[in-house]
Ligand binder design. Structure first.
Ligand code: FES
Ligand code: FES
Length: 1007
């Protein structure tokens, strides 16, 4: 059919099939790539456009419904401020505000948020925060926690009203008076109060206790604008799916309807005969190569137990066949024409039964490759036994022993951009894989044997990524498109639907715990033991390493006190079992959030039983600077452990400052505060959890970087590191800028392409700022040294005393001698490239760390509990974090806010459940609820800087630690509010209602 509409003020005409969605018409027919695909059911809002000025979801509208109407997308909003000789009015104030405030992380939701905000501001120029949050309620963001987007919209509204707004580019205030409590009169640093000339304030900067070592730094420590913010605010085609190629096919996968089955026969004759079908592949058509989908360094620390296609199916959603066709509709029709005769097998869905005698065996393939303690005959993907000190003696010496059981569910990363890949042969017959991945170099290495190609014939390109959170630390779908490109010779695009994301991608390992802790009456821990049963699902991706980190980080925090502190007694045992459910994998925190749910709920129980202050009890037993990370002596991701000393620990100050910020002292022990006036069914509670993480994987994971100078004194920085939206490109460039004495805009960073950028293990284990950052600094120092040597030669031609290279200071784009003489970097570059003794000034750095310095944090939560219904409302989350030096306060606090928002779902609502046949209950954002803007509590981030000596700028990790403490802090706050202990997350109304009933707080029985 033929339709026409106004698109951003221009007339658009289309000849399309009548069932084309508006999303499909805009992206595939008109190249409007700012409109994103995040689901197919109108729930994520990524496809938001303005139809006659009102926001609508383009994925659930037919294009025909737009006929004769007016559409606006972000392509029609603002312009680039300068392009060559042509200058324009520049960005719209909304775009400017999103860029300036750090409201853009991955940027996948940004165009939708901008349009929702635009519609709001047109009808309400002076909105309240609640109105802004309501306007954003239809756009889900998994990265930001919504704080900065909301602030950005309030700021833009102020600009549009003609009001002044404050700058967000100042240096971080110095100590000592930063951390006044909430009652203090003075405004907290980074949160300027509204003055008479400033009617709207922007609360996007965290409070920071600044380390003195940062004095005089120019770029590191500044709230620099993200280097990719501009293009993301403009909705430019930066993501994996934003690429059109002539003759590109669409891939689809036939998924198993059975949790456990064999394929008796499969007939694809009809599907192959369907016009428009280019290829149909089954397990009989491709080489049988066993591998692991876990994106990890060589050798993979886990079993090899996966095939691209197999004749045995191990979960509902496992792959049966692959199709490539001219259109999505034809590919889907072809799937329905594939005839499969299945032989259903008994399935095991419960991890507790997986190792039982007679349980169905999930992996019986002869190609299975064992790693460490895996034993497929017992459905055991991994087994861990760590014993430190003498645990039994510790229990014997205890005055009391406290035991408890705890459980956490399977939850999913749910990046708003689904997994998506495009593959094609280039002109040299090399296979190009353009994919949304956290691990491009692992994708190349791990897929080469699977595809039957030498590694050198594969090139992996990582464009912008719409969030990953560990879900893309997996070689999950690249092989599907690659097999089909090999089969057809044509480009292939494969993108998961949201239902496939839920049913056939990865998730966080669900775990069950038994805790046992020995204590003296004064609260000294004499021994601590955790047993963990982890469910890896049908395949053992990340099975060993996730469970290992559960113990390695969470059980390492409490070592005991006195003599026990010198020689802690700790035990961690884990069984990681296969079940016929979708595989688990890596998810931000990597096993540690699971462990801290058990440890911190258990510590709360102990503190209350002993009548001790929960913060003082924890700090008494917590590990301190100068002590060994106790697990470093016994376990290291399946490799040889090497002892590591913790050099910096700001935990005690985090606890103090976080407590002050939330007003702990005035709330925790005040019975009045726990009442809600006029609402006897409501109770208030406050809770705490202390947590630690790691920074990278020592002696294993490597990051690389190269830097070269250009004639204008700018630099190309190439890194293999992958920015998932976290801002890592920005903080890496900031570190280069600091060494080279240039503003951030002079560092042109590119990441990552396996053909052009140096190797990097990828984005995981909270390692990029630390590992890749150290590599960048090494490369930059090599460049700086060459610049200094050449500058000395150039300055020698001018009158003045001779100078040595080490006396040259790089700052303000110049090389300075102590006496004030200087040459610009542009002059140095021209001299090097064109004039004298020519050379390309260039540096290459790589870095592997011998340590994994832990960041620490104190997480606080305030809740209101309805004791009649079991409903929990989280009112406030405060997190005080020691992540070493904060390279960029905007991006770092964005990580904390977004992490807390994800962890909040873990606390109260997110959970993946399967029926008795192994079919998933959650297949869309209706059933799997993630927090929306209008549902969020108040979020506050504090940084307590310490200078980590193992890094040139003193940094530690920031990305994962916000996942660790929210759930137990909320659980502890619920206990504080109503006395009910919910030891299984999430704390749903039903679970709390049952716990309240068990605690004698409510009557009746469930309906
Ligand atoms: S609401 Fe349309 S893509 Fe999700
Ligand atoms: S910035 Fe919102 S989904 Fe990533």
């Amino acid at each position: 059919m033929k339709i026409s509409f106004q698109l951003n003020g221009e007339q658009a005409e289309l000849q399309i099939p009548g069932d084309t969605t508006l999303l499909g018409a805009l992206r595939e027919h008109l190249g409007v790539y700012s409109v994103k695909h995040g689901c197919e059911t109108g729930e994520c809002g990524a496809c938001t456009v303005l139809l006659d000025g009102a926001p609508v979801n383009a994925c659930v509208m037919l294009a025909a419904q737009a006929h004769g109407r007016s559409l606006q997308t972000v392509e029609g909003l603002g312009e680039h401020p300068e392009l060559g000789w042509r200058t324009t009015a520049g960005l719209h104030p909304l775009q400017q505000a999103f860029v300036a405030t750090g409201a853009i992380q991955c940027g996948f939701c940004t165009p939708a948020m901008l349009l929702a905000a635009l519609a709001l501001l047109r009808r309400q120029p002076n909105p309240s925060e609640a109105e802004v949050r309501q306007a954003l309620s239809g756009v889900l963001c998994r990265c930001t926690g919504y704080l900065k987007p909301v602030q950005a919209i309030l700021r833009a509204a102020a600009v549009l009203r003609g009001e002044a707004v404050e700058r967000i580019d100042g240096r971080i205030p110095a100590p000592p008076d930063l951390f006044a409590g909430p009652e203090a009169d003075a405004p907290a640093a980074g949160r300027p109060a509204a003055g008479p000339e400033l009617a709207t304030r922007t609360s996007v900067m965290p409070q920071i206790r600044v380390a003195p070592e940062t004095e005089g730094w120019q770029s590191v420590g500044k709230p620099e604008v993200k280097v990719d913010a501009l293009k993301l605010a403009q909705g430019k085609p930066a993501f994996a799916a934003d690429l059109e190629m002539r003759g590109m096919l669409v891939a689809k996968v036939l998924h198993s309807p059975y949790a456990h089955a064999r394929i008796r026969s499969i007939d694809v004759t009809e599907a192959r005969a369907l016009p428009g079908v280019a290829a149909v592949l089954t397990w009989q058509d491709i080489p049988r190569v066993v591998y692991s989908t876990a994106g990890q360094s060589d050798p993979i620390p886990g079993p090899l137990d996966t095939f691209s296609l197999d004749s045995k199916l191990r979960f509902v959603g496992d792959r049966v066949a692959l199709v490539a066709a001219e259109t999505e509709q034809i590919a889907e029709k072809a799937l329905r024409l594939i005839q499969v005769e299945y032989e259903p097998l008994p399935a095991v869905l419960d991890p507790g039964q997986a190792m039982a005698e007679g349980a169905p065996r999930i992996h019986d393939e002869p190609e299975y490759v064992n790693f460490a303690e895996s034993d497929p005959t017992r459905n055991l993907a991994a087994e861990i036994h760590v014993d430190i000190g003498d645990v039994e003696r510790g229990f014997q010496e205890a005055d009391l022993v406290v035991e408890g059981t705890y459980a956490v569910p399977k939850v999913q990363q749910t990046s708003i951009e689904p997994h998506v890949v495009i593959t094609y042969w280039d002109e040299d017959d090399r296979l190009v894989i353009r994919t949304s991945t956290q691990v491009p170099f692992h994708v190349r290495r791990q897929l080469a044997p699977v595809l039957g190609l030498p590694l050198k014939r594969i090139r992996v390109i990582k464009p912008r990524i719409g969030g990953g959170f560990g879900g893309k630390q997996e070689v999950l779908i690249e092989d599907v498109a690659a097999h089909l490109t090999i089969a057809t010779g044509r480009p292939v695009r494969f993108e998961y639907t949201r239902a496939e994301e839920f049913g056939a991608s990865r998730s966080r390992h669900p775990m069950r715990f038994r805790m046992k802790t020995g204590l003296l009456r004064d609260g000294t821990i004499t021994a601590n033991e955790m047993h963990c049963l982890s469910d890896t699902g049908a395949y053992g991706c990340h099975a060993l390493t996730v469970a290992g980190n559960t113990g390695h980080k969470s059980m390492a925090l409490y070592v005991g006190d006195g003599a026990y502190r010198k020689s802690p007694n700790l035990r961690f045992h884990a069984d990681v079992v296969y079940t016929n459910t979708p595989p688990s994998g890596a998810y931000r925190g990597y096993g540690v959030p699971q462990g801290f749910w058990a440890v911190e709920r258990h510590m709360e129980t102990i503190a209350r039983r002993l009548g001790l202050d929960p913060i003082a009890f924890r700090l008494k037993n917590a590990v301190r600077a100068g002590e060994l990370q106790p697990f470093s002596t016994s376990w290291s991701e399946g490799r040889e452990p090497r002892p590591e000393t913790i050099h910096t620990c700001g935990l005690e100050e985090c606890a103090q400052q976080g407590a002050a910020a939330i007003g702990w002292a005035g709330k925790y022990s005040d019975p009045q505060w726990h009442q809600v006036k006029g609402s006897p069914h409501l109770r208030r509670g406050i809770g705490v959890a202390l947590v630690m993480q790691g920074t990278a994987i020592p002696y294993l994971d490597m990051g690389g970087a190269s830097i070269k100078i250009n004639e204008d004194g700018s630099f190309n920085l190439l890194v293999g590191a992958t920015d998932l939206g976290t801002g890592s490109d920005t903080v890496l460039a900031q570190q280069a800028a600091e060494v080279l004495g240039v503003p951030l805009e002079d560092i042109l960073i590119y990441s990552s392409d396996t053909d052009f950028t140096p190797f990097d293990k990828g984005a995981y284990a909270s390692s990029t700022t630390y590992i890749s950052g150290a590599a960048v600094v090494k490369a930059a120092e090599q460049v700086a040294e060459r610049i200094r040597i050449r500058a000395v030669r150039m300055l020698a031609k001018e009158p003045g005393d001779p100078v040595l290279p080490e006396q040259i200071r790089l700052a303000e784009r110049r090389a300075w001698a102590p006496d004030g003489r200087s040459v610009s970097l542009s002059e140095v570059a021209l001299n090097a490239l064109h004039h004298e003794d020519q050379e390309q000034i260039m540096g290459v750095g790589s870095y592997v760390s011998p340590v994994a310095p832990p960041p620490f944090a104190a997480q606080f939560a305030q809740v209101v509990v309805d004791v009649q219904t079991g409903a929990v409302t989280v009112e406030q989350l405060v997190m005080a974090v020691d992540s070493g030096i904060i390279v960029n306060p905007l991006t770092a606090s964005g990580q904390i806010e977004g992490g807390m928002a994800q962890a909040l779902g873990y606390a109260v609502c997110e959970e993946m459940v399967y029926d008795q046949d192994g079919r998933p209950r959650e297949l869309d954002f209706r059933d799997y609820h993630i927090f929306a803007a209008q549902e969020m509590p108040d979020l506050q981030t504090l940084f307590v800087e310490t200078f980590e000596p193992s890094h040139p700028f003193g940094v530690k990790a920031v990305a994962e630690i916000p996942m660790d403490g929210v759930a137990p802090a909320v659980g502890n706050a619920v206990l504080d509010a109503c006395g009910a202990a919910v030891n299984e997350a999430p704390i749903t109304p039903e679970r709390l209602w049952r716990a309240l009933r068990a605690a004698g707080q409510v009557d009746g029985s469930p309906s």
